[in-house]
Design a protein around this ligand. Sequence first.
Ligand code: IPD
Ligand code: CA
Ligand code: CA
Length: 273
Amino acid sequence: MKAPCQPSDAAMHDPRYLLAQAIAVHAGAMALEMFRRRAQLVIESKGPQDMVSAADRNVEQYVKERVRAMFPGDGFFGEEGGADVGDAEYIWVVDPIDGTACFVNGMYAWCISIAVLYRGQVVVGVVYDPNANELFHARLGGGAFCGPEPMRVHPGPTLKDGVLGVGTSFRVGVDDFIPFLDAVLRDGGMFIRNGSGALMIAYVAAGRLIGYFEPHMNAWDALAGYLLVSEAGGRVSDFLAGNGLLHGNVVVVGNQAVWGQIATHAGLALETT
Ligand code: IPD
Ligand code: CA
Ligand code: CA
């Protein structure tokens, strides 16, 4: 069993950290161009309320080609193309467009999400919002930033003190989600859903949202944001437990004070990473 990476030697991941940021910004510009011409895109359905277009596929292909050109031995796991990882030590986990429902309907809450794992541990997380030109980025042990500015999670001690992000999908049942909203409202909390879970988790890192809950997300949606939140001083559930990389997992992230309240309302007893 190889030892996990400690923050002290995590600077070895800097070449991939820099590449992930550069790729995200260029991929974002590509996606923005297609967003402005979205009337020409053919939208296909992958399932209930789950869409895809050439924009998603083209952006993912671009990201994969850039990664392979620089680091040919790295594994790649994208939402649209699936897993191509072999026994690689580094794996890039990519959602080319998170918030596709917003993208195809002309709303602005969508982003590019890139995480890099080293020996099963997330060491780089990048989320880029081309509409706002905001680049959220973190490297294990190096802190979390929005552009050049360090990020810290929301300071509020209870759910009453901030706004909670939420999301759901038809990968889970209605009853996996509605009781949570009921509990949050009865506790004096308030929620928001913008349609891009990856972006909302980045907002938790930025202190804009006090936390985020979703009963199931996939690794490409969540992993970049998880590193952003933990590097911004927040608390996160153990997403990779139970083969979360391949199957996804429940998402509970927040500041240190409210994390337990969110987990309780979700009816969960969770370990943290
Ligand atoms: C979805 C969005 C949404 C979240 C879903 C995701 P997609 O990703 O992040 O906010 O609630 O769980 O599947 O389909 O837009 O890439
Ligand atoms: Ca997604
Ligand atoms: Ca997507």
